[in-house]
Write a protein that binds this ligand. Structure first.
Ligand SMILES: NC(=O)c1ccc[n+]([C@@H]2O[C@H](COP(=O)([O-])OP(=O)(O)OC[C@H]3O[C@@H](n4cnc5c(N)ncnc54)[C@H](OP(=O)(O)O)[C@@H]3O)[C@@H](O)[C@H]2O)c1
Length: 295
């Protein structure tokens, strides 16, 4: 049975582990701390520690690696640019060195672009405008130069988080819980994204794991939508009035420092998905699926 070591046990890493185990593959999650609700076995690992990476690879003996670890907080990276770059560089270097010849998938980001353009496909030159994007780009280069790998750049990811969290990990869940409890949601009408459901990200990640996948693939959802319109789609899904969404300019709210566009397009994705019988859902279908499952 093919065994995949997933470095990063967060929002996305856990979804990838769940997908692989659901299709009968073996997955092992790794991170510094053990989160609750793990869908697969877990091992402790600080990916910045070369000896620890070698030890974990020796113990797990993976056929494949998925690098989906932090730091992923754009604000934290901006405040600690050297640490962000050092961590992403060290993790990519240590893990590709510890598992030479291992198929490797790096989950990267639309932040390798500055967000000025509404559409960036795989041929668009990278222009990171923040520390997070620069750190991820360095990791991309290491994987592309040293491994049999695929860099999967993903747009904003969303999914269901149960109520009661201290802090929501994604915009969809934050909106859904606030709107449902009758609170207004402020969202910019001029910040654009191509959101992707976390289960669809996991399915595409599993599909790029075998050899032969493109070296670089962009994964954005089919809808290019403003945060405000997205929040309204969530309101529709919940059956609550759209008037609970307060449309504000990006400059006036908490997204002021975000790029105008966090969008990805692709000249490869449609063909790649069609050949594998996969489909990436739009925001209305995604909202329906999540809200029905949660109910
Ligand atoms: N979420 C999105 O919208 C999105 C979009 C595009 C790309 N991505 C990429 O996907 C990746 C994961 O995102 P996420 O949303 O799942 O983040 P997350 O929920 O914050 O999870 C990050 C995981 O990385 C682990 N980690 C951090 N530093 C580590 C280290 N030195 N060694 C080992 N593990 C470490 C964290 O656990 P510990 O702190 O316990 O180690 C955690 O399990 C990021 O690389 C991000 O660039 C995310």
């Amino acid at each position: 049975m093919t065994r995949t070591l997933i470095v990063g046990s967060g929002f996305v890493g856990r979804a990838v582990a769940a997908r692989l185990t659901a299709v009968g593959e073996s997955a092992v999650l790794a991170s510094r701390h053990a989160p609750a609700d793990l869908p697969a076995p877990w091992v402790p690992l600080d990916a910045a520690d070369a000896d620890a990476c070698a030890h974990v690879v020796d113990r797990v003996r993976p056929d494949r690696l998925v690098l989906v670890h932090g730091p992923s907080d754009v604000t934290w990276c901006e405040a600690h640019p050297e640490r962000a770059a050092a961590l992403h560089t060290a993790a990519a270097t240590n893990l590709t060195a510890a598992a030479p010849g291992c198929r490797t998938v790096l989950i990267s980001t639309d932040n390798v672009f500055d967000g000025a353009s509404p559409a960036n496909d795989e041929s668009t030159p990278t222009t990171p405008a923040n520390a997070y994007g620069r750190a991820k780009l360095r990791a991309e280069r290491i994987v592309r130069e040293t491994a049999d790998g695929t860099v999967l750049r993903v747009s904003l990811i969303y999914g269901w988080e149960p109520p009661g969290a201290d802090k929501w990990l994604n915009f969809f869940s934050a909106c859904a819980h606030r709107l449902r409890s009758g609170e207004p949601v402020e969202a910019p009408h001029d910040q654009w994204t191509t959101p992707v459901l976390v289960e669809d990200v996991a399915a595409v990640t599993a599909a790029v794991l075998p050899s032969g996948a493109p070296e670089l693939l962009h994964l954005g959802g089919p809808d290019r939508i403003s945060r405000a319109a997205w929040a309204e789609a969530v309101a529709d899904g919940l059956g609550v009035p759209r008037s609970r969404v307060v449309r504000v300019p990006k400059a006036a709210g908490r997204y002021a420092s975000r790029p105008t566009n966090t969008c990805l397009t692709s000249h490869l994705l449609d063909g790649f998905l069609a050949a594998r019988g996969l489909r990436v859902r739009g925001v209305a279908e995604g909202a329906r699926a999540l809200l029905e499952a949660a109910a």
